[in-house]
Write a protein that binds this ligand. Structure first.
Ligand code: RIB
Ligand code: CA
Length: 311
């Protein structure tokens, strides 16, 4: 029986690759996709979700909903330097008038999350690959309703490694530390996929040349454009490799044997100082399954094989 999932994302390049992996995996039944401010403003994230769905063409059209356009507290930040002007790198997907590979939900993302948790009690996995604002809003609205979720799989944080926004903080947590603190203390079963793990799962020029480029289908073509891979120069335009942060969170939802887990209680720094958004281990509080080691070869094999899937 496929695992029912809702994916909360800030489509960006790796979010888009995570959606492709999720919809191409028979182990998952993606019921909904919700958008949150993050890599790019929400007004770009939401159309990007629709564009990626129009590339995937899911037979079971998922529900989609717009979520928070800013964090609970603090300044709104984006990552155009990584994800490009539109959030999809150099990839261009035109939406065709009247062709909708989704069903628009009538309310905001936090209501859709609660609605589906209620519809599928103890069955729904929420995969969060952007800032955690939507989850925190749902928890504020109805904490007991959120407890009907089976589990959360979250890409975010850096526990025993450097951050990627400051030396201490990772982007999704740094974007809304208050939301992360609310989610980590919720008591819902959480598997966290931090940079400690995702920095072990990346695409190199060699893998692009040997495994991705030869696929020659709309998804590999999208990946080449979205990641800015230069086929003449045989390298990524402005970086050595591409980290598959969000696809790894989907991979963990599919199969936790890709990763080694430690159960830790985590604290999020919410004071507006140099440690803002930092995650540290603490002695007490709800335990979270933290992924610290990855069998990256096995995960990349899965990722590439699902890219080949063509519906
Ligand atoms: O730090 C990596 C995370 O921040 C990924 O989810 C990426 O998409 C950005 O949201
Ligand atoms: Ca993301």
């Amino acid at each position: 029986m496929a695992k029912k999932v809702l994916i909360d994302c800030d489509v960006g390049v790796d979010d888009a690759l995570a959606l492709i992996l999720a919809f191409h995996s028979p182990e998952l039944d993606v019921k909904a996709v919700t958008g949150v401010n993050g890599n790019v403003p929400l007004d770009m994230v939401f159309p990007n979700i629709q564009k990626v769905l129009s590339l995937i063409k899911p037979k079971n059209k998922p529900l989609i909903a717009r979520g928070a356009d800013r964090p609970l507290k603090g300044t709104t930040i984006h990552a155009h330097s990584v994800h490009g002007k539109t959030g999809l790198g150099d990839a261009i997907i035109d939406l065709k008038e009247g062709e909708e590979w989704w069903q628009k939900y009538s309310g905001p993302a936090d209501e859709l999350i609660l609605d589906l948790a209620d519809q599928y009690p103890n069955e729904l996995t929420l995969i969060a690959v952007g800032p955690l604002t939507n989850l925190a809003l749902a928890l504020k609205k109805d904490p007991e309703g959120m407890k009907k979720l089976k589990e959360l799989v979250i890409m975010g944080g850096s526990v025993r490694t450097r951050g990627n926004v400051t030396p201490y903080a990772e982007f999704n947590i740094f974007s809304d530390p208050m939301a992360a603190q609310i989610v980590f203390n919720s008591g819902i079963p959480i598997t966290l996929v931090p940079l400690d793990a995702t920095h072990q799962a990346f695409l190199t020029p060699q893998r692009m040349e040997e495994e991705i480029i030869p696929i020659r289908n709309p998804f590999s073509d999208f990946l080449i454009k979205a990641t800015g891979y230069d086929m003449e120069a045989h390298r990524f335009k402005n970086r050595r490799s591409i980290f598959l942060h969000d696809p790894l969170a989907v991979g963990v939802a599919i199969n936790t044997t890709f990763v080694k887990i430690e159960r830790l209680s985590l604290h999020v720094d919410t004071n507006e100082d140099e440690y803002y958004g930092r995650i540290t281990e603490k002695g007490d509080g709800p335990k979270i399954d933290v992924c610290l080691e990855v069998d990256s070869e096995r995960f990349l094999e899965l990722f590439v094989s699902r890219l080949k899937f063509c519906g």
